[in-house]
Design a protein around this ligand. Structure first.
Ligand SMILES: Nc1ncnc2c1ncn2[C@@H]1O[C@H](COP(=O)(O)OP(=O)(O)OP(=O)(O)O)[C@@H](O)[C@H]1O
Ligand SMILES: Cc1ncc(CO)c(N)n1
Length: 504
């Protein structure tokens, strides 16, 4: 399963500091990468002790250990994009630079983190020059207004135009794409712009969202862009546009979170949650097992029916058998209509062909088989409506027809017991599991039983189970529940149908 269907899942490495309160740093990066459709990895450059109110402390590991983390990943994993955040001090900046020069990951976003939203320093001021030397190793840098000013060597911009102008100079001077961001400016608009060294500018409009929950917006945006740049094969404009749209949605949803009393985090997964991303899908195999054991009691009761018992030992009265066959002729015509409707609604040509063939088989094959038993006249009478449908036949047929009108999924779930219960019964009868082996050539109902115990019917049953359980696995939970109810009700009707003659 990948975010875009056939698309391969991109592996995105965040090289950043940890924020134990979960809103910024690698915690934000991993959520953002996941929300953007990537597989997130994290090499930790620093531990911070921080929350939504501020940074209480920073612990920086030896630079060699940062390198060890990076090598552990790059020695083993294909890296499709890298996002770099907090680097803490010059030794870590150098270690990351050395690794980037050696490994050359395909898409590199550098968020030149210097100061947290709360105003605390996240980069040793003595490391600013080292950070500038990393810029040529990045495809895109995403400085906020104060960081852009620091890189440009200017005072902070106070207008969007001034920020754009600084971004342009930085892009030219360093030969790098620059994302200018308006988060730290004022006004009702909050645009971002992708500025290229050749002077071209792609601006992304945005409304300023009334919120103080902006902790980690820069981290989240930069890893969201890195993820999408890899997914969109280096289309940076599309990556930045879609990442901003996602961030705006996540910012708007931030207020429902209750995290801390300072600058709260954005709600990274709100869009996915709202669009139904929380449900765990059962596999087709799990559904098969669950549905089959769900009708175990009904199957046991079916085995115990007088009709089945007498069919097995050969003592079933001919009259009862013929009554059953006459009702089955009526049933099969309606069943064939439900199968034809399934063919009409089938999502694939393969399924369409399967149900269409099954429909034809139900009319021609089985009705002809029954004609041999009933005699042409009686069979035609049953098929033409001259023989009244019994309550069990009427009930079963109505259930199938109603399920069929409610859609493909329910229709095929309702017809499944007709395959599965018969095939199972046919196989067990032939094997002698229910008593005498009904395969004995002098058995009065050997031919009828053999019709349901053959390799072709068993294969069709497997195919039908496959289509139904895969459809149920794909379906939303409400549809899956309705499918299961249609299946179980049909299994009960199978029991009623067998039990309707005088044999009981
Ligand atoms: N109130 C807001 N409404 C809409 N968008 C916003 C708002 N605040 C920030 N953004 C957007 O969030 C992204 C990050 O911008 P910002 O300039 O705040 O980065 P930053 O300072 O690096 O973030 P951080 O808080 O992580 O340090 C940008 O796309 C910006 O447009
Ligand atoms: C660890 C870390 N990285 C980045 C930022 C910037 O928001 C932060 N507050 N904490």
């Amino acid at each position: 399963m990948t975010p875009g269907g056939a698309e391969r899942t991109v592996n995105v490495l965040a090289i950043a500091g940890s924020d134990p309160s979960g809103g910024a740093g690698i915690q934000a990066d991993l959520k953002s990468i996941a929300a953007g459709g990537g597989y997130g990895m994290a090499a930790i450059t620093a531990l911070t002790a921080q929350n939504t109110q501020g940074v209480r402390g920073v612990h920086v590991p030896p630079a060699a250990f940062v390198t060890a983390q990076l090598d552990a990943v790059s020695d083993d994993v294909r890296i499709d994009a890298v996002k770099i955040g907090m680097l803490a001090d010059a030794s870590v900046v150098e270690a990351v630079g050395e690794w980037l020069r050696r490994v050359r990951p395909p898409h590199v976003v550098l968020d030149p983190v210097m100061i947290a939203t709360s105003g605390d320093a996240l980069l040793d001021p003595a490391a600013a020059d080292a950070l500038l030397r990393l810029i040529p190793l990045a495809d895109l840098i995403t400085p906020n207004v104060p960081e852009l000013a620091a890189i440009a060597g200017d005072p902070a911009a106070t207008s969007w135009e001034a920020a754009l102008e600084q971004a342009l100079r930085v892009a030219r001077r360093h030969g790098v794409r620059v994302l200018a961001k308006s988060g730290h400016l004022e006004g009702s608009l909050a645009p971002d712009a992708l500025v290229l060294p050749d002077g071209s500018v792609a601006e992304f409009a945005g409304q300023r969202i009334e919120t103080s929950n902006t902790h980690g917006t820069g981290c989240s945006l930069s890893s969201g862009i890195a993820t999408r740049a890899a997914r969109f094969a280096g289309d940076w404009v599309r990556a930045a546009a879609e990442a901003k749209a996602w961030l705006s949605e996540s910012l708007r949803a931030a207020e429902v979170l209750e995290v801390g009393s300072g600058h709260g985090p954005v709600n990274h997964l709100a869009g996915l949650w709202a669009r139904g991303g929380l449900e765990t899908r059962p596999s087709p195999e799990e559904i098969r097992e669950e549905w089959w054991s769900g009708i175990a009691e009904v199957r046991r009761q079916t085995d115990e029916l007088g009709f089945i018992r007498r069919l097995v030992d050969g003592t079933l009265a001919r009259r009862d058998f013929l009554d059953y066959v006459a009702q089955d002729v009526i049933y099969l015509r309606a069943y064939a209509r439900v199968l034809a409707r399934a063919a009409e609604l089938a999502p694939t040509t393969e399924e369409q062909a399967f149900w269409a063939k099954a429909s034809q088989g139900a009319i021609i094959g089985e009705i002809l088989l029954h004609r041999d038993r009933l005699g042409a006249e009686a069979a035609d009478a049953a098929a033409s409506g001259a023989v009244p449908a019994s309550p069990a036949t009427e009930g079963y047929v109505n259930h199938l027809l109603a399920a069929g009108t409610r859609g493909y999924e329910e229709g095929i779930a309702a017809v499944l017991p007709c395959y599965w219960v018969y095939s199972d019964l046919g196989m067990r009868l032939a094997r002698g599991e229910l008593g005498v082996s009904a395969r004995a050539s002098d058995h009065p109902y050997a031919e009828w039983i053999a019709a349901y115990d053959n390799a072709e019917f068993a294969a069709d049953t497997e195919t039908a189970i496959g289509y139904v359980t895969r459809a149920a696995s794909r379906a939303d939970p409400a549809t899956r529940d309705r499918m299961r109810r249609a299946f179980e009700a049909a299994a009960v009707w199978e029991r009623e149908f067998f039990g309707q003659t005088a044999a009981g």
